[in-house]
Write a protein that binds this ligand. Sequence first.
Ligand code: ACD
Length: 130
Amino acid sequence: MADVCGTFKLVSSDNFDEFMKALGVGLVTRKMGNAVTPTVEVTEKDGTFTIKTMSTFKNSEISFKLGEEFDEETVDGRKVKSVITKDGNKLVHIQKGDKETTIIREFNGDEMKAILKVDDIVCTRVYKSE
Ligand code: ACD
């Protein structure tokens, strides 16, 4: 398994509401999104990576090969073209749709930090190993 694999639970989140607002996510979904503490599981087998994000509200699962574009439907229902590359201990996920969003997942030992960007908004979510 690659060095960017593991299972992590959300421990802090900064600016997620602003990030969701910029994507046009409605109030009720934003409230739920802000309230849940997802678990993220990253695995890799024979060059195919899988990222599962699980919560009591919504789940998502994507499988991909590094650098190869794939179709993704985001948890807020956007249909985007995604590409994920690896830069050292980071997975860099670019989603192209009506708006371009970036999710950088950085792995440092028992911590995974997700930095989500859209427009000029930056949201930081910190996860710790389960
Ligand atoms: C993370 C964040 C994963 C979600 C990233 C972008 C989604 C865009 C908008 C969120 C819309 C609704 C939020 C609902 C649930 C959020 C948590 C569950 C994710 C499956 O990796 O931390």
